[in-house]
Design a protein around this ligand. Structure first.
Ligand code: PGA
Length: 254
């Protein structure tokens, strides 16, 4: 069975604890009658516990923005997958392009993180892939995407009931204010799906994977993307910092 679409908010490091607490309350109010399962909010680490409390009476799900690949030990500053579930996270972003850029997270690490997340029941990895502007210009995009998929997931066995989200985020479109054409996103998603089918088989891919798009999505431009067949949802940055705007996106997609 194919899965529902999903919309994920990535608040990045854009709000402090007090601001996040206020924002969480706005989301709680905006989503009080929301009855679906597939809207996820990823605040910063220090706000997760507060978010868990505020969202208790809502259907909103909680996600984290990063994770480490070991479960416990001398890894100063890191947070493990099991720790994330303790604060109510059901999702975690793995290898966001900003972490690939500023913290030199590479696909070997993304692979280890993905394995660590899948070991923990009830936690779904949101694996970020996407080409740089130069790759697109030089026609290397397809190759880059296939390589990123293979490096993230090679040798990983996906069993029934496990979920994996692939977020296709062209690096040049993240936070840029411009998206690519929906047809181009659809094409990239098809390439990603073919690569996944090759590795896991179509049945597993249909049952366990969702391929979502991210990069300057808002309540206006999202409509054109929804029409495409292979877009299973969205990862939203900037436009997710406003409860009404994010709700509009969610209402259009879900
Ligand atoms: P954006 O961010 O919507 O602001 O482009 C998306 C992301 O970084 O996930």
């Amino acid at each position: 069975m194919e899965q529902n679409k999903i919309v994920i908010a990535n608040w990045k490091m854009k709000r402090n604890l007090a601001e996040t607490t206020a924002l969480l309350k706005e989301f709680k109010a905006e989503f009080k009658d929301f009855g679906k399962e597939d809207a996820v909010i990823c605040p910063n680490f220090i706000s997760l516990l507060e978010a868990k409390k505020v969202f208790e009476e809502t259907k909103l799900k909680l996600g984290a923005q990063a994770v480490f690949w070991e479960d416990k030990g001398s890894f100063t500053g890191e947070i493990s997958a099991t720790m994330l579930t303790e604060v109510g996270c059901e999702y975690v972003i793995v290898g966001h392009s900003e972490r690939r850029q500023y913290l030199l997270t590479n696909y070997e690490m993304i692979h280890k993180k993905t394995r660590a997340v899948l070991r923990v029941k009830g936690l779904t990895p949101i694996i970020c892939i996407g080409e740089q502007a130069e790759d697109r210009k030089s026609d290397r995009r397809d190759f880059i995407l296939i390589q990123q998929i293979q490096q993230s997931l090679a040798g990983i066995e996906v069993v029934k009931g496990e979920n994996i989200i692939i977020a296709y985020e062209p690096v040049w479109a993240v936070g840029a204010g411009t998206t690519l054409e929906p047809e181009e996103a659809e094409y990239a998603h098809k390439i990603i799906k073919l690569a996944l089918n090759d590795m896991f088989g179509m049945k597993t891919v249909n049952e366990s994977f969702r391929i979502i798009y991210g990069g300057s999505i808002n309540s206006e431009n999202v409509e054109a993307f929804i029409k495409e067949d292979n877009l299973d949802g969205f990862l939203v940055g900037g436009a997710s910092l406003d409860a009404k705007e994010f709700k509009k996106i969610v209402d259009k997609v879900l």
